[in-house]
Ligand binder design. Structure first.
Ligand SMILES: Cc1ncc(COP(=O)(O)O)c(C=O)c1O
Length: 398
């Protein structure tokens, strides 16, 4: 059978992630890896998970293994509402839902909002998993410039108008305002306020993706867009993957009731419901104060590693190389001199014994950001981070 001919238009538009394609190269033994976009397993509170799971089984037996409501395990939904309220984000029950990670939230948002050819405005660079979800829904993705303060608001206006003048329908703006993956950039309070003003002016829905807001090193980031918004135009996603562990696949969406009603139906079609077992674990972590203890634990853990990377970059990198200075999250974004190609450099870097992710797949448009790369400090310990940066500098100089 000619299976290729059976594929839907949207399957034809799907691409293998460039990052996954590279994983064969970057996961060789002996390599110091700045590549994976994962929290460190050293931070996962495994003993607590073990205790909580044993207790759930002892107390609830088969009940803990049943289907749950599509929107999620009700006690966790209520606990999440409190959790969000403490960050200045009130919500009615009809305005919230749990998802299987924020990645599912992004996929459902794409299904509910995007018709083929609709425009999604994205940061340049942007989270590659979101780009994949938008691409699968056959969105037309358009980049808006990002600098160390946040989104370039003039460029936002410009790109919006250009799309509108070309007859395209702009459906929403997608942003990761805290310690963005991949750049590590955090939007300042002024830019957040300005972004919301522009969104109001253009009557634009904002999708705010915030898995890293609690992973700050010293000072918390400015308030979320959703908490600053008085217009009801922000759909907010956050996740427990980076604070507790990704395998719990537990995240949440807060947003306008009309959209949440459709997201619920889309989720029902996708998986009927999430895992009640995971939801019980997250609930216990919230009720017992473990989440707060986790946040206190991971902040100095990642802060020290990030500092080691930034210090090593300052010591080792040749002239013409620049990088971001994150104050939270897991990533540093490095820019080689114009004309250099980070993908072509990867082979030499791997030969030196260090790996990273070339930056180009993080851009909505092809052949953009060729001279950029994402480095994570999450995986390796401090001596390996220092050695890895030395190796990377050698590869760049060669
Ligand atoms: C910006 C951003 N959004 C969403 C996700 C998805 O996270 P999860 O599905 O584990 O909640 C990630 C994961 O790395 C991310 O970096």
């Amino acid at each position: 059978m000619k299976f290729q001919e059976l594929l839907s238009e949207s399957a034809r538009a799907m691409r293998f992630s460039a990052i996954r394609r590279m994983s064969a190269v970057i996961e060789r033994p002996g390599i110091i890896s700045f590549a994976p976009g994962q929290p460190s397993p050293e931070t996962f509170p495994v003993a607590d998970f073990d205790r909580i799971l044993k207790r759930a089984v002892a107390e609830e037996a088969a009940g803990a293994f049943q289907y749950i409501l599509t929107r999620g395990y009700s006690p966790l939904l209520e606990a999440v509402a409190d959790y969000a309220r403490r960050k200045g984000m009130d919500s009615h029950p009809a305005e919230r839902m749990l998802t299987e990670g924020s990645q599912q939230g992004l996929d459902l948002v794409s299904r509910v909002l995007i018709d083929p050819g609709d425009v999604v405005l994205c940061e340049a660079p942007s989270y590659v998993g979101a780009l994949s979800a938008f691409r699968a829904a056959r969105a037309r993705m358009v980049s808006v410039q990002l600098d160390e303060q946040g989104l370039d608001l003039e460029d936002l206006r410009r790109q919006y108008r250009a799309c509108r003048d070309a007859g395209h329908r702009v459906k929403f703006l997608y942003v990761v305002p805290n310690y963005q993956n991949p750049s590590g950039i955090t939007h300042t309070l002024e830019r957040r306020a300005g972004l919301l003003e522009v969104a109001h002016e253009l009557d634009l829905l904002v999708v705010e993706d915030d898995p890293y807001g609690d992973v700050y090193f010293d000072q918390p980031p400015p308030p979320t867009l959703r908490s600053l918004d008085h217009d009801g135009r922000v759909l907010y996603l956050s996740s427990f993957s980076k604070i507790l562990a990704p395998a719990l696949r537990t995240a949440f969406v807060l947003g306008p009731e009309t959209l949440l009603a459709k997201l619920e139906i889309a989720k029902q079609a996708a998986d009927l419901c999430g895992s009640g077992l995971s939801h019980r674990v997250v609930l216990a972590c919230l009720r017992e104060g473990l989440i707060d203890a986790q946040k206190e634990r991971i902040r100095p853990y990642y802060r020290d590693k990030c500092k080691a990377m930034l210090d090593a970059l300052a010591r080792e990198m040749p002239e013409g190389v620049s990088w971001t200075h994150p104050t939270g999250g897991l990533f540093v974004w490095l820019r080689l001199p114009e004309g250099r190609d980070a993908e072509a450099l990867l082979e030499a870097a791997v030969a030196e014994g260090v790996a990273y992710v070339p930056g180009s797949p993080f851009f909505a448009e092809d052949d953009t950001g060729l001279n950029t790369m994402r480095l994570t400090f999450a995986r390796e310990d401090v001596p390996k981070i220092e050695e890895g940066v030395r190796r990377l500098a050698r590869a760049i100089r060669a």
